[in-house]
Structures are given as structure tokens and as C-alpha cells.
Design a protein around this ligand. Sequence first.
Ligand code: C2E
Ligand code: CA
Ligand code: CA
Length: 401
Amino acid sequence: MSYRQALLVDDDPVFRALAEDMVLDAGVQEVETAQDGIEALAKLDGGFTPDLLVCDLNMPAHDGVSLIRSLSERRFPGKVLIISGEESAVIETVAKLAKMQSLNIIGSIRKPLSMEALEAVLVRAEPAQAQAKAKVALEPAKPSLLDAAIDRGALHPFFQAKVSMADGRITGAEALARIAVTQTEYANPVPYVELAERNNRIDDLTFVLTRIVALHTKGFFVGGKPLPVSINISPLSLTRLNFPDMMANAVAGVGVPASQITLEVTETHFLDYGPDALDIFARLRIKGFGLSIDDFGTGASNIDRLHKYPFTELKIDQSFTRSALTDSFARASVEMSVRLAKEMGLKIVAEGVETEEMWRFLADLGIDEAQGFLMAKPMPPADFLELLARGVPWVQAARRA
Ligand code: C2E
Ligand code: CA
Ligand code: CA
């Protein structure tokens, strides 16, 4: 087994010692232990990067559920295994929650722990694949590249089509930031967005990207009509009172009406929006921007937010779309989101649509637009222009069939 390092979190010293031996016997090269979430996070923040984290749920200080939330906020790239004495239903619920927070949960085991159960879970989890994934996520964002991206034109939008579920036509696009690493290679935006958020540069990133996106948007038409385009914004921008003016200037300067642009508030953390959010949202709407609540279902207070703020669109997170066909909780979440959105008169978009089966399930629910690899991946502007001219190949093939 090719796990390098594991972190074992449990408040019971006897269990810790026992489990440590088993994890080592299962082939993990090195094991560190922590007695609760606080100690575990201190180790992770101190630079320990295990590829496996084994955690108990019921611990007196910073329990397993809080630890899972903190891991998700830090985008912990390793695998997580839950071992607990709680009832199976409780363990499964927490495992689902963790999956929806994009953690890589490889399984849950009810105590007492046996060597067979541990090995079964570890073998099933195919370490080779996970390491490839972790490498991308771990790729450190370089501050110099961030500055280059914002100040010197290394920031590029890719565009991903949004497709009408009623007639298969392209009805919009989401702009997704890419950072040019070389002439032909682009880095994933997530570490850069986080770096920009930590370094107080997120608004600069948003304004620069918005201007470039608006320039491309001017050339996007479908059936002779200007194409609606979405841009991601960080919840941190909802604390800056002149944000609506800056955004309005960014698009107006290029000659694109704000009404052609929807701002997706992307939930990379479970932050409160802050006291000025309502003010900012209201003025963004008055200026004409659409507002989309992104990653719907992952944050704890999404439903409150829907009521409180003037959203025009709801985007179902891809973790729900992906598991809706196999997991009854995810399906119920999708169905509930659709009902809520319809009740409130919002446009509803499903992201992460990867299979025809998913498409059919979502179309039957009456979802307005779908976005996902089945129809089109995010692509550079020139390719997107071609796609606009051609239409989405999958939809055309499905029509011919
Ligand atoms: P997001 O807003 O949820 O964007 C959707 C992500 O899902 C994109 O990842 C997209 O490539 C991916 N995706 C789309 N369809 C599928 C599919 O069918 N299957 C799978 N597995 N994935 C799919 P990407 O481009 O890596 O962006 C990741 C996140 O980075 C975005 O998530 C958003 O939170 C953030 N982000 C991207 N661009 C910006 C930006 O300009 N500003 C800010 N603040 N955040 C951005
Ligand atoms: Ca988005
Ligand atoms: Ca999302």
C-alpha cells in the first residue's frame, strides 16, 4: 500500500495506540497522532501533510464534525477515514456531509476496529489515483505568479457553456479564471483565488478578470442575441462598499451592459457575508447585474441566504448533481433546491452534468440550464466562439439519435 503518512485523531489513548499499530501494519509508512481536532489542525498548519487522516467523531474538544469542516475549509487534499463508536447512521450522515464539502472520504468504520475492515477500506481507495489528484490540489500557488496574473496579463478566462435543458441551445457561459504558467500551460484558479483572498488582492483579481471577460463577451452572440455571461466573485468582496461601482465601471468601460453579466457568489468558505452584503447586493441588482448563489447546498446557511438576499439564479453544486442518481439524500437536496428556486422565481442551473442519465434526471425535474463536461468543458475564448457557431455536439448527437 502506498500511503506515506497518516494522521490519527482520537481522544482515547488506548485506541490511539492500537489503531496506530494497525495503520502501520496496513502498510502506511509513518503515523502521527493527535488527541483532538485542535491538535490535528495544529499539526497540519505546522506543515505536516499526511495523505491519510483517520478520525474519530466523538471527542471532547473540537469533535470530528468540526474537524471535518475545518479540513474542508483548508481544502485538505488527502484521504479521510472515519472510525467511530457512533451508530452507523450517524457515521454515514457525517461521511455524506464531508463528501459534500468536497473531502475525499474513503470510508467509515464502526468501532471496534479490525485489521480486515481497515485493509478493505485502504485497498479499495486506490492510492495511485488519489496521489495524482492530491498533486494538483497541493500545487503551491506562487505569489509572484499571482501578481503577474493580476498586474501583467497572465490571467485568462476560459468559458464553459451553459445549455438550455428545454431545447439544448447554448444560453450562457461561465467565465473561469486560468493562470498562465507557460505559453501553453494554465494553472487551476483555486489556489490563486485563495492566495488573493488571503493577500487582500481578490478585488483586483475580480476587476481585472471582469474587464477581460467583458471584452470577450462583446463578441459572443447566439441567434443574433448577446450571450449572457457569468463571472465568479468571492464573498469577501461583499465587504467593500464601492464594489458595485467598480464592477459597473469595469463592464461599462468596455461597453457591455451589466444586465448581460451574472455574478456567481462562490462559496469557497463557510463565511458569513458580513453586515454590508445586503447593501452591496441591492446596488449590484440596481445596476443590472444578475446574482447567482453558487455551490448551493454546501454552505450551512444557504436557505437563509436565499431569503435574505436578492438572488436571481440558483446553482446546484456539482457534488449533489454527481450523487443524485445513487444517493437518496443528494437527490432529495436537488429536488428541494428545485422547489425552492421555482417558488422564489429563480433561474435554476445544475453544474457538473457528466452523463446522459444525469441530464435526463435533471431535465425531468424542470431545471432550466445545465453545465458540465457532457456538453462542454471550459475552453479558451477562440474555441468557445467556434462552439457558439457550431452548437453543442452532444445535444446534436442526442437529437439525431
Ligand atoms: P465553480 O464556480 O463551482 O466552477 C465550476 C467548476 O466545476 C469549474 O472548475 C469547472 O471546470 C468545473 N466543472 C464544470 N463542469 C464539470 C463537470 O461536468 N465535471 C466536473 N468534475 N467538473 C466540472 P474550475 O474552473 O477549476 O474552477 C474551480 C473554482 O474556482 C470555481 O468553482 C470557483 O469557485 C473558483 N473560480 C474560478 N474562477 C474564478 C474567478 O474568476 N474568481 C473567483 N473568485 N473564483 C473563481
Ligand atoms: Ca461558479
Ligand atoms: Ca460549484
